[in-house]
Design a protein around this ligand. Structure first.
Ligand code: ZN
Ligand code: FE
Length: 264
């Protein structure tokens, strides 16, 4: 049976957001990239929830740091991650690869390989479903691949790999909600405005982000239809970003943008 999940993002460390997916009726939850166990344990205890699963997008410490402690507390939880990264992830009960599907808290989940930030990076998509006649939008859990108005650093992959990964995400339904792993949006917007200053959608988005941040509210989740208009890394094929970078091939545009973003 299709169920309505509640998704929250728990602030952790300096700027991590840990997505917590809850099935209120079953009192079960799943967590993605637990940077730190503390906020997850507090949230689950408060809601009297059991931890059913820990999903990992990649092996960086700020994405796996809390897993061991969570598993000591909930040893039956399934542990998911890319099978090729098993040597550098916490022990996986469910190694997965591109195209795999599994069920989580009553919802389907699809695995997408997202090489770029790391070579073994994966994303999880909960496809859209209909509940009580109402469309539930797809949910994308994308770790450090796509950020709101930005993308992850290229630690291991090439610009061409990152472009390919971002293109797969750009092809998801426009109402997809994007749950990325960091609150970097304000800094990303400041950078994007310097690259793409005449983009009216970006200017409006910048005002919105500023209001949210002034109210100390998170900017996540974002929506894909918005990102397609404002995120320079999803717009490498546009004349505006080609002109800004002086490159024409979208791979070179992305490489140049990422290079510039690394400087700040
Ligand atoms: Zn990372
Ligand atoms: Fe990270």
């Amino acid at each position: 049976m299709v169920t309505r999940l509640r998704i929250r993002r728990l602030p952790a460390l300096r700027d991590n957001l840990i997505p917590l997916l809850e099935h209120p009726r079953q009192r079960q939850a799943a967590v993605v990239d637990p940077a730190d166990a503390g906020p997850v344990i507090t949230a689950l205890e408060h809601g009297e929830m059991e931890l059913a699963a820990v999903l990992h997008t990649h092996h960086h410490w700020d994405h796996v740091g809390g897993t061991a402690e969570l598993l000591r507390r909930w040893p039956q939880a399934m542990v998911v991650g890319h099978h090729e990264d098993q040597h550098r992830l916490p022990p996986l009960s469910h190694p997965v690869t591109d195209g795999d599907r599994f069920t989580l808290l009553g919802r389907a989940v699809e695995v997408l390989a997202m090489p770029g930030h790391t070579v073994g990076h994966i994303a999880y998509v909960l496809p859209a479903c209909v509940l009580n006649g109402q469309r539930q939008p797809p949910e994308l859990l994308c770790g450090d691949t796509l950020f709101s108005c930005g993308c992850g650093r290229l630690f291991e992959g090439t610009p061409a790999q990152m472009l390919g990964s971002l293109r797969r995400l750009a092809a998801l339904p426009p109402d997809t909600r994007i749950w990325c792993a960091h609150e970097y949006t304000a800094k990303n917007v400041a950078f994007a405005l310097r690259q793409d200053p005449h983009n009216p959608a970006l200017q409006a988005f910048a005002r919105q982000v500023e209001q949210l941040r002034q109210a100390r509210l998170p900017t996540i989740p974002s929506r894909l239809e918005v990102e397609l208009q404002v995120n320079p890394f999803l717009r490498c094929h546009t004349p505006a970003l080609q002109a800004a970078t002086g490159k024409t091939d979208p791979v070179d545009v992305l490489a140049e943008l990422r290079q510039r973003r690394n400087q700040i």
